[in-house]
Design a binder for this molecule. Structure first.
Ligand SMILES: CC(C)(COP(=O)(O)OP(=O)(O)OC[C@H]1O[C@@H](n2cnc3c(N)ncnc32)[C@H](O)[C@@H]1O)[C@@H](O)C(=O)NCCC(=O)NCCS
Ligand SMILES: Nc1ncnc2c1ncn2[C@@H]1O[C@H](COP(=O)(O)OP(=O)(O)OP(=O)(O)O)[C@@H](O)[C@H]1O
Length: 199
């Protein structure tokens, strides 16, 4: 079974592309969703987050105060590094345990916004990046998340540039309105199946 890491800068369309792979029957692990899950279920991690960012990081019902944490970390690389150091080991473990159930499928996808930044692409067989121009990504994110342009830009600034990622990626998908996404996914699906056959 091959592990394909899927990434792309904020608003590029990773989740949208992941959904197409899922329709084709490919198991997809979302590191974003897994991170949120461990942040609300893993007691030592919750304690670490409260100790580092304060009790305001959680609401009284135990849910994550995402806006508060986002305000702390996306404007300060040192604070983001602290959050990453707390959350990423638990997220990596969640993937290791998830992937065990799929030993018999040709390939799985690990969708992660910071696949390259976190180094987790090294644990994948191949990497795939979804790209879209900065202006389009910012417009999509401000509309989807109801955040300001400055907030969207500060998140993007915390990520490696698309240009750098393209140098590291094995495959890419253009999601910029100039090309249809579904045919690109179908073509890659065939390539991944062929690669899985030769492994
Ligand atoms: C700060 C948090 C609570 C904000 O939650 P919120 O729901 O507002 O945003 P969400 O998680 O949907 O992220 C939106 C986008 O921000 C970017 N982003 C998220 N985390 C990071 C990060 N650690 N580094 C760089 N960009 C990031 C991604 O493009 C992501 O898709 C949340 O992003 C978080 O807990 N991040 C740390 C965990 C993590 O690294 N998650 C990403 C795993 S790939
Ligand atoms: N080709 C497209 N045309 C129009 N809207 C699109 C297209 N691709 C994605 N979108 C929309 O843009 C927004 C961002 O897409 P998506 O959530 O897939 O990006 P993402 O890379 O996962 O973002 P993030 O890093 O913020 O999680 C979503 O609202 C999605 O529906």
């Amino acid at each position: 079974m091959l592990k394909i890491g899927l990434t792309g800068n904020i608003g590029s369309g990773k989740t949208t592309v992941s959904k197409v792979f899922e329709i084709l029957g490919v198991p997809v692990f979302s590191a974003d969703t897994a991170a949120k899950s461990v942040m609300t279920n893993d007691a030592p991690l919750i304690a670490g987050i409260k100790e580092t960012f304060g009790n305001e990081a959680y609401f009284e019902d135990g849910s994550l105060n995402r806006k508060y944490i986002a305000g702390k970390v996306f404007n300060d690389p040192a604070e983001l590094a602290k959050l990453n150091a707390l959350v990423h080991p638990a997220t990596f473990r969640a993937f290791d345990s998830w992937v065990k159930a799929y030993a018999d499928v040709p390939y799985v996808i690990k969708e992660a916004a910071i696949l390259f930044e976190s180094g987790s692409y090294k644990l994948c067989d191949y990497s795939l990046i979804v790209t879209a121009p900065f202006e389009i990504r910012m417009q999509r994110v401000t509309e989807r998340d109801h955040i300001t342009m400055d907030e969207a830009k500060s998140r993007d600034a915390r990520q490696m540039s698309e240009e750098e990622k393209l140098k590291l990626a094995d495959f890419s998908i253009k999601n910029d309105d100039s090309e249809l996404v579904i045919p690109q996914v179908l073509a890659l699906h065939q390539q991944f199946l062929a690669l899985a056959n030769t492994k």
